[in-house]
Design a protein around this ligand. Structure first.
Ligand code: ATP
Length: 199
């Protein structure tokens, strides 16, 4: 699965629509300090569902909307789309090209879309599970992340390996099944209590 391109409009320093194409192999983004290189990584994280303004180097979520410059007035909304080549079928969806979009407006309205159809963040998380592309997965290694991984808890490191091995999905399913089982056990217990009361 290849990230083919990213489109940004109104996101941080990208007031006008900007589209960056990523070719197979390696793409490097170079530019002077403060020109917006890290904003591109922030945009990717944001689409993948980042909910923490701090993780996006802001103090409030609204900080991701273009705040204006000497030449331009502030904007009222931001929109970013990531387009993936899914011809290898890694994403469990019946399309060769998959576009994930997130948009937000200053009045607090927020939408997620998969191929232009509105969806929930949950759907995006489910789609990306075990692909390494989730917001906390290993495909985005920010400054200082390597150190955090090395110095962190063994259980956190294990999470990364589980995602790479493709077993996070099964772990989540197991947790749900165990929850259901617990509920069923409790219901059975209740029924047994009622039956013994009647007897
Ligand atoms: P460095 O090489 O120093 O790490 P960089 O190229 O990674 O820099 P970024 O950190 O991506 O640069 O971009 C910082 C720029 O983005 C700053 O000029 C900042 O003013 C601008 N910026 C951040 N948020 C907004 C916003 N909401 N509206 C307008 N500009 C913004």
């Amino acid at each position: 699965m290849l990230l083919k391109n990213i489109k940004m409009k109104g996101f941080k320093s990208f007031a006008n629509q900007v589209k960056l194409d990523f070719e197979p192999a390696t793409t490097g983004v170079i530019g002077p300090n403060g020109s917006g290189k890290s904003n591109i990584a922030d945009a990717i994280r944001w689409v993948l569902g980042e909910q923490s303004a701090k993780a996006l180097r802001g103090s409030k979520m609204k900080d991701i909307i273009f705040a204006g410059s000497e030449q331009r007035r502030p904007l009222k909304k931001a929109e970013v789309s990531l387009t993936f080549d899914n011809s290898d079928g890694e994403l469990d969806i019946d399309y060769n090209t998959v576009t994930i979009t997130r948009r937000v407006s200053k009045d607090g309205r927020s939408d997620y879309l998969i191929n232009n159809n509105r969806c929930r963040l949950k759907d995006i998380k489910r789609l990306l599970l075990d692909t390494g592309m989730g917001k906390d997965a290993y495909s985005i290694i920010g400054q200082g992340k390597v150190e955090t991984i090395l110095n962190g808890q063994a259980t956190d490191r294990r999470g990364l390996f589980e995602e790479a091995a493709g077993i996070s999905k099964h772990k989540q399913r197991k947790e749900k099944a165990v929850d259901k089982l617990d509920n069923t056990k409790q219901n059975l217990q209740r029924i047994e209590d009622i039956v013994s009361e009647i007897e």
